[in-house]
Ligand binder design. Sequence first.
Ligand code: FMN
Length: 190
Amino acid sequence: MEFKEVINERLTTLKYTDQKIKKEDLNKIINNAIIAPSAKNRQPWRFYILNKKERDKIADMMDAWEKGIKENEFGIVTTIHRSANIMRTASDVILVYKYGEKVIYKETVDILSIGAAIENMILTATDLGISSTWLADVRFVLDDINQYLKIKNMDLMSGIAFGYRAKKPNRKGRYPKEYLILNKKDVEYE
Ligand SMILES: Cc1cc2nc3c(=O)[nH]c(=O)nc-3n(C[C@H](O)[C@H](O)[C@H](O)COP(=O)(O)O)c2cc1C
């Protein structure tokens, strides 16, 4: 795909077919994650490729968590149930962890680095004709997940689901550039 097409085709997928991703494609996705830029080249990312049993278990934890909260307790309408279904039905889900100290500046830049790695994964998948969903909703049950997977001293940042989409989603709206570029009077843009 041309770069422009990759950027435009990357859309969050909510419904997957049951077609499976080839192992070699999953490898390409991880290979491109680990060449992302990172602060001081610390490469704070770690990956956990979930098997189907683990995915289903985590999806159940997410559903149970949503049932247990009072409506709007978090001040947001959560998409956790929808995210749990995506966990179950996508071809593969990779958890992305942050390895390293929780020191204010370091933590922030390490999180930024992980965002870069995740975007590399998602764009690589798009280029391979594979759709994806960025699933930060796993964080609602991060302690349960770590206990279940026996992972210690690492912060679960997100899950990323990959698979083949059932249909192309509509592009969601974006704020106009006039609103986003703060010094718009001094900057020329198209
Ligand atoms: C950090 C981050 C976390 C996200 N977490 C979730 C999630 O847990 N569940 C979900 O369905 N979508 C999630 N999304 C997808 C967003 O809802 C989506 O990117 C946004 O609505 C814009 O739509 P688009 O990706 O199709 O352009 C997340 C996206 C980002 C960048």
